[in-house]
Design a protein around this ligand. Sequence first.
Ligand code: FE2
Ligand code: FE2
Length: 243
Amino acid sequence: MITPTQTVRAIAIDHPSSIRVFESFGIDYCCGGRKPLAEACAAANLSVNEVLAALDAGAVVAEPSSIDWSQLPLDRLVAHIVSTHHAYVKQELPRLTLLAQKVVNRHGDTQPHLPAMQKALAQLDDELTHHLAKEENILFPYISALEAAIESGGAHPDACFGSVASPIAMMTAEHDAAGQLLASLRNLSGGFTPPIGACPTYLAYYAGLQEFERDLHQHIHLENNILFPRAILMESSTMTATA
Ligand SMILES: [Fe+2]
Ligand SMILES: [Fe+2]
């Protein structure tokens, strides 16, 4: 239970998910975080009740989707992946990159795992940015168009690749590479465990990486285990039907 008399810093330490809320309101939770929440809100001309409501909402950890995606149209699954998981990756990578830079600037000289983590995160950022673009611009539109063509009995969409299995094999290999980079971030950080007495920025960085890992696991599960096998099956069934 977060109260207006707690200091911003104490809230940030006890509830790492609050840091994103403070960032969104422009409340200083780090160097200027020793003020009670009510005082910090008054100084920033914010309603303390509004900030408390956002903090409560931010503390709720999203549960994996309970929707049975194995039965719904692939077009809906693709839209869900893009609007939730792709949007999250695009929002989080710049924020995590900034946090990585801050902790390296402050602690990188004495904690060599931090520059190593920053390098791994930069590689993950680069690879995932290209990966999402390929899915959104090539693979996903093809899957949606093929599904629509089958439903309407229209002509199948042209593909610059032979079978849909080819880009899917590439995407699956890229998922493995992203998983390995996240595993190296987890190992370098000792399971995203911040040192005792770590500052709020450090805590926000590790909490953010842990959330990012959890989301990416859900994201890859929907693609590797549901979307991709169903797309391959759909394509192969049309080939059988037209053979
Ligand atoms: Fe994706
Ligand atoms: Fe993917």
